[in-house]
Design a protein around this ligand. Structure first.
Ligand code: HEC
Ligand code: HEC
Length: 327
């Protein structure tokens, strides 16, 4: 009897919680997802310097590529290519993720090997098929620019250093937020912000379990997961498995980390085709089907798939204003 009473109390408790949740003042933001903030507290001078550096081709060995070459901000921070093309038109093996909202991801890169945005900057500068340079070379070039000399000195007594370049670029990236997407407005209580299909898609996103992996302020970017939980994505992809397909394994060397990737953010995902770490899927509708099949073992109806695409499109926020005069 006592046990039953306890169970009953627990049920009543649950019930009470539900009541609280359905109260009119309830904000739909819960622990699973939350709206993007409109801005972060940042050092404006660092942001301005970082913006210039982000667009500066002198960060590459032969002055042909800037960060913005692969992450153009007027194109949602992506190049639109299956895999990135770096110095001397060399093709990489990974799809370029967006830099927008990257400040809210717990790690950087598909395999999460950089812990911070600052640390991430080292990657492309040194990568032989991206910018193929090194800090020594970059610093010599930047020190010849009188404007940089003034701007770095205004912030740091020791002027142009690798750490300060990283710091400024990372601060600029923290300004690249895309707030007030229809879904954010909906989370903040505006029922009209989502269309009927988008709202059905949001319900599906929760009911099917997409939200188990794509959650937090970025609907992604806060955990790792294997690609192919319910089926062998790589066996069925019909191309050889490359080193870059091994994901976290390349960092940890642990067997269980094979094909494990950082769950990507779904913010602005409608604008960032093609999809997945290998850029192998061209459309969002196909990407949703791949996810349902390989991560959840579900075959979607056309209507459910389209509703999910409508929901994902409601994650398109306001793009940051791109300043003129940058290469
Ligand atoms: C040749 C194209 C190219 C250039 C140039 C380039 N990137 Fe990238 N960027 C990529 C690719 C490809 C990845 C994914 C690589 C990986 O995961 O190993 C990436 C990943 C990132 C990420 C991580 C995003 C995430 O969600 O994990 C950030 C941040 C970033 N780049 C910023 C920069 C900055 C800053 C620069 C300039 C210093 C730069 N990139 C230059 C192609 C490029
Ligand atoms: C078990 C965890 C998990 C579940 C569940 C899951 N995803 Fe994913 N999702 C991932 C991972 C990991 C990736 C990156 C895989 C890769 O690129 O190799 C990803 C990638 C994506 C992408 C491509 C993003 C890009 O920028 O390339 C979309 C779109 C997506 N998921 C939507 C969904 C939808 C919709 C659902 C539900 C039907 C879902 N996901 C369920 C883990 C998951």
């Amino acid at each position: 009897m006592a046990v039953l009473a306890v169970v009953w109390l627990l049920i009543m408790d649950r019930h009470d919680d539900d009541e609280v949740l359905s109260a009119p003042e309830f904000s739909r933001a819960d622990q699973a997802v939350s709206p993007l903030p409109t801005a972060l507290p940042l050092d404006a001078r660092k942001v301005a310097l970082g913006r210039r550096l982000f667009h500066d081709v002198r960060l590459s060995h032969d002055d042909t590529l800037s960060c913005a070459t692969c992450h153009p901000l007027d194109k949602a921070g992506v190049d639109g290519l299956p895999v990135a093309v770096g110095i001397g038109k060399q093709h990489g093996t990974l799809n370029t993720p967006t830099v927008l909202n990257s400040a809210f991801s717990f790690r950087q890169f598909w395999d999460g090997r950089a812990a911070t945005l600052e640390e991430q900057v080292n990657g492309p500068v040194h990568n032989p098929i991206e910018m193929a340079s090194n800090w020594g070379e970059v610093i010599v070039k930047l020190k010849q620019d009188p404007q940089y000399a003034v701007e770095f000195r205004a912030l740091w007594r020791d002027g142009v250093t690798a750490a300060h370049i990283e710091s400024a670029i990372a601060e600029f990236e923290r300004s690249l937020i895309t707030p007030d997407a229809p879904f954010d407005l909906y989370l903040k209580g505006n029922d009209q912000a989502l269309s009927e299909p988008a709202r059905r898609g949001w319900n599906l996103f929760r009911d099917l379990g997409c939200i188990a992996c794509h959650q937090g302020v970025n609907l992604g970017g806060n955990m790792y997961s294997s690609l192919g939980v319910m089926g062998d994505f790589f066996a069925e992809r019909a191309r050889p498995v490359l080193e870059s397909d091994l994901g976290r394994f390349n960092v940890s060397k642990r067997r269980e980390d094979r094909h494990v990737f950082k769950v990507p953010s779904l913010r602005n995902v409608e604008r960032t085709a093609p999809y997945f770490h290998d850029g192998s899927v061209a459309t969002l509708a196909d990407a949703v089907e791949v996810m349902a099949r390989y991560q959840l073992g579900e075959k979607l109806t056309t209507r459910d798939r389209d509703d999910l695409v409508h929901f994902l499109t409601s994650l398109n926020g306001h793009l940051p204003v791109v300043s003129e005069g940058h290469r």
